[in-house]
Every structure is written in C-alpha cells, then in structure tokens.
Design a protein around this ligand. Structure first.
Ligand SMILES: [Zn+2]
Ligand SMILES: [Zn+2]
Length: 348
C-alpha cells in the first residue's frame, strides 16, 4: 500500500509500505478518510522537531472500517470512526483515571503517525490502511451528520485545546481566559473556541501572527497583536486571568501566560517548549499560588466531552479548517501556511 513516509527534514514522499493486516482478534483495519495536520507535523517535516526516521506520518484521523477481528462486536465494516491518536486500552489503572496518554500496556508515547514506540509501530494515517489494536474500545463512532473533515482534528488538537480550558473553567466558572498563540497554532485557537463554548465571560487571544489573530477574531475572541510588545503586555495583563493557556511554546509566550495568570489561577502549557530546558518564575508562582499544568493531551478521554459540545451545537471544529488538501498533495500541504489543514483521501 502507499504511505507518506518521513525520511528526514524536507524528505517526505509517498512510498510503498507494508500493508497492515488483522493480527489480533481485537484489531480492526481502518481506511483513513480525513486526516488533520497536527500542529507538530510541520515542525517534524521541516526538521524543527527532530524525530528518528523513517515512519509514516498522520495521526489525527477519521476513517472507514474495512475489516474487524473476531472480538470487535461493536464495530462493523463500513462504519465511520474517530481514532484517538494515542493507543490506550481504557482499562488499566491510568486509563481508568482518564490518563489515556499513559496507558500502562504500551510504551510511553505510543501513537499513530509518530514512529515506533517500544516494539509497537502503529503506522500513520496518511496511508491506504491503518491497523487499530483494541479496536473494540479504541474506535469512537463518528456521530451521524458530522463531516469527517470537521471531525478529523478531534483525535488530537481539538481535544488538546479543549482540555487546556475545560478543567480550569470548571474550577472558575465563566472566568476570563487568556490564550497565547504561536507555535501550536490550531491548539491555541481550539482553546479559544472551547473556552467560548464553555461559557468564559471573555477570551483574549494574544499572538504576533496576523492570520491567527484574524482567526481568533472570527471565533469571537478579543485579539491582541503582541508584535514588538511582548514585555509591555506582560505588565498590562499581569494577574488578570484565572485561566491562561500557553500555545506559544517560546520563552516570551510562556512568560506572558504565567505573568497574566491571576492569583491561584491555572496556566496550562500545550508543549514542553522549543528546547530541552525552559525556565519558570517559580518563586513568584509559589507566592501567587499559580498552578502550571503541563502534559500531552489525554486524547481518548477528551474525545467524549468534545463530541458532547459538538452535538450540542456549541463547538464547531470545522471553524478553523482553512485548507482541505487531497492526500496526493500532502507533501506540499504538510508545510502549507494555513492554520489547520485537513487531508482528504483521494487514493484510488
Ligand atoms: Zn499531534
Ligand atoms: Zn491502558
């Protein structure tokens, strides 16, 4: 079959790769229909986020079930499904606590489209077929009427934006939210979308990129252009928001998000930063009682509440999709400047 193989920075091409098969009775095969580009994907493709190669890319997918093993009674051939990007059994201790990014049954980080983890290589969604283990619990039926293109980001970046604000807003209902945008462009804007859907009284979006600022405006946020005045904004917005999100990833963005967090508020980071180490003003955070949350998203656990908001008509993930690119155009599409690209399967 064909797969979009990453072989190194700027080395991306469609190649023949082994076709997956049903191996275990709880497996299913899924033909990806719509695959959203994760915010991490362009950084991988450009070599800004070094990854061991080769591997098939693509990990935010909605697909059609093409085969099921003997122990997948709840899914049938032809069903459209959402596939959380991290492999989780949903039954071990950490999965049961909703920490589905840390399933005890597999190596940390085991996911589609991000290379092998331990002895598991799940392959990627930019391919003809993907094998999904534990399909009876992994696969989430696509709700009737929900467009696969709209839903494609739910397995990762939409859920990631949601979790940044859902927990903190449950603690501070209706509180104003600050999102600092940047290198996690869609996650930050999905956090804006989620905060508004969850009833934040106002959402301020700070960034220095005109396209993202316009997108935030369209979503209903108050956008603030930080170009050339990150430091000043830190003073202007100091301790103003019980809920803040750092989707900027660089030092100036993280510093602004922490500085703008109100006393006893929560700042959530969607990334470990651009380098191996980063600094935080821990003394000030201690005195102010600021909690700093940092983790990968728990994709499987977050998909449910996101779908509830979608079903209620309060969140429309398609509102950020500004480019739909056929699989055959995915090499260029991987680094397209759009905020959220969705690849649609045109493989014959
Ligand atoms: Zn991702
Ligand atoms: Zn588990």
């Amino acid at each position: 079959m064909r797969g979009l193989v990453f072989r190194g920075p700027m080395q991306l091409s469609w190649e023949e790769v082994p076709t997956p098969e049903i191996v275990e009775p709880r497996d299913a095969l899924v033909r990806p229909v719509a695959v959203a580009r994760c915010d991490l994907d362009p950084a991988i493709a450009l070599g800004l986020y070094p990854m061991p190669a080769p591997f098939v890319m693509g990990h935010e997918m909605v697909g059609e079930v093409t085969a099921v093993g003997d122990e997948v009674p709840n899914v049938s051939v032809g069903d459209l499904v959402i596939v959380p990007f991290q492999l989780s059994c949903t039954r071990c201790g950490t999965c049961r606590r909703g920490r589905t990014n840390a399933c005890e049954q597999v190596a940390p980080g085991t996911a589609f489209g991000l290379g092998p983890h331990g002895d598991v290589d799940l392959g990627g969604a930019l391919a003809d077929v993907v094998r999904v283990p534990w399909a009876d619990v992994m696969l989430i039926p696509l709700p009737d009427g929900l467009d696969p293109v709209a839903a494609a980001g739910i397995p990762d970046n939409v859920a990631d934006g949601y979790r940044c604000v859902a927990g903190p807003l449950a603690e501070h209902p209706g509180a104003p939210v600050l999102v600092v945008g940047g290198l996690a462009p869609s996650v930050g804007l999905y956090a804006v979308m989620s905060a508004l859907a969850l009833g934040a009284e106002r959402v301020v979006f700070v960034d220095d990129d005109p396209t993202r600022l316009q997108a935030a405006d369209r979503l209903g946020a108050e956008s603030v252009d930080a170009a050339g005045r990150w430091e000043q904004l830190g003073k202007d917005l100091a301790r103003s928001f019980p809920v803040t999100v750092d989707a900027n990833v660089l030092d100036h963005g993280r510093e602004l998000a922490v500085r703008a967090t109100a006393l006893c508020g929560t700042c959530t980071s969607v990334s470990g930063g651009a380098g191996a180490r980063a600094s935080l003003p821990l003394q000030q955070m201690y005195i102010s009682g600021i909690r700093y949350e940092i983790s990968r998203v728990h994709a499987h656990a977050m998909a449910g509440p996101v779908l509830e908001l979608v079903a209620a008509g309060r969140l429309d993930p398609s509102g950020l999709v500004d480019a739909v690119v056929p699989f055959s155009g995915a090499v260029d599409g991987m680094t397209d400047p759009s905020v959220k690209v969705v690849f649609s399967n045109d493989l014959a």
